[in-house]
Design a protein around this ligand. Structure first.
Ligand code: 2NL
Length: 344
């Protein structure tokens, strides 16, 4: 019986050593130490042994069982450690590997130009004013010296929603609302960027929806020369320090006098080219001294207060600046177009 136990021990330890995985080891444990295993069998047969042999064999059987269990425990630790090492090796992160580049987008060219213009006027002490895109007839027309039946209303075919509500055709209503809030007290010094809407047939230079940036300064002793200085500063900062400006007489119902500002061509410096259509000058914006009627309607005493205002189209400015030939590019969301303005 002792020999049989000895043989079982050698056999079991051999199989333990050969186990490659935890489940092999578990199988060996069940096979040798389980309830139906050979060692249990030996212990069950002890009754047949003599009184002298019984404790000796019993003790030996226990010893064999313990040493098999010990070997199993040892091997189990070994296999578990190996599994951890293998997992670590497999999941190694090479921290020296360069990261995957993050795809970086860019501002829409129109947004870039609007932001640039905003920053420029902010630096001159203006603040930004915003207002509703659905406007009342009063703020869009009436308050801007365009009473019902005024011929200038025909110039701006509009999207009316009701008799009294329309999509604003300019951002001037924002300025009228801001002036009203000042309750006749200057100074007012704002720009109002935003979307405006006019009924139009879309083509390379027309869109039924586009942007406008207007500016307004109202205070005591504001003169046309102040307007000229602000516009010249704007022109130089936006299109280059050696730009000259030129004011031509014009007409707007909400300003008197009204002017149109040209800049000397930034491409040919005035010699004449395709951008300035051989004139040496490029039209940039319209402006003027705020009409006394507009001041009075907004609650300002036009004997005490004067003001200037201007309006420009950022699409036109962006088209000139980047050589864009079709206004519809701004609204088409074509990634091939938009991607070209990464450094704008
Ligand atoms: C243009 C011309 C202009 C204004 C806008 C304005 C606003 C108030 C009072 C007086 Cl509240 N004027 N705005 C003045 C002159 C010209 O826009 O060609 N825009 C694209």
């Amino acid at each position: 019986m002792k020999d049989r136990l000895e043989a079982l021990k050698v056999e079991a330890i051999g199989q333990i050593k050969e186990s490659q995985e935890l489940k092999d080891l578990q199988a060996v444990k069940v096979a040798y130490l389980g309830k139906k295993g050979p060692i249990t069998e030996v212990l069950k047969g002890m009754g047949k042994l003599s009184a002298e042999e019984r404790p000796v064999i019993g003790a030996y059987a226990n010893e064999v069982r313990d040493s098999i269990q010990q070997e199993i425990d040892k091997k189990q630790t070994e296999l578990e450690n190996a599994a951890i090492l293998e997992k670590l090796a497999k999941e190694t992160i090479d921290v020296s590997l360069p990261g995957r580049p993050v795809k970086q987008g860019n501002a829409h060219p129109l947004t870039a130009v609007v932001t640039e213009i905003e920053d420029l006027f902010l630096s001159m002490g203006f603040t930004i004013a915003e207002g509703p895109e659905v406007e009342t007839d009063y703020y869009n027309f009436e308050a801007l010296n365009l009473p019902k039946g005024h011929p200038a209303r025909d110039m701006q075919d509009s999207f009316f929603i009701t008799e009294d509500l329309l999509l604003r055709t300019q951002t001037s209503p924002v300025q009228a609302r801001t002036m009203e809030k000042h309750e006749g007290q200057g100074p007012v010094k704002i720009i109002s960027p935003g979307k405006v809407y006019r009924r139009d047939n879309d083509d390379a230079t027309h869109s039924h929806q586009f942007m406008q940036i207007e500016g307004l300064v109202v205070d005591q002793n504001v003169r046309l020369s102040d307007l000229k200085g602000v516009l010249e500063t704007f022109a130089k900062k936006m299109f280059g320090d050696d730009r000259k400006i030129r004011l031509r007489p014009s007409f707007f119902p909400f300003t008197e006098p009204s002017v149109e500002m040209d800049i000397s061509c930034f491409k040919c410096s005035g010699k004449g080219c395709s951008i300035c259509k051989q004139t040496g000058w490029i039209e940039i914006l319209g402006a003027g001294m705020v009409h006394p009627n507009v001041l009075e309607m907004a609650g300002f005493d036009s004997k005490k207060y004067t003001g200037f205002a201007f309006g420009m189209g950022p699409e036109r400015i962006a088209m000139l600046k980047y050589g864009i030939d079709d206004i519809r590019h701004f609204y088409a969301n074509d990634i091939r177009f938009l991607k070209q303005f990464k450094n704008a």
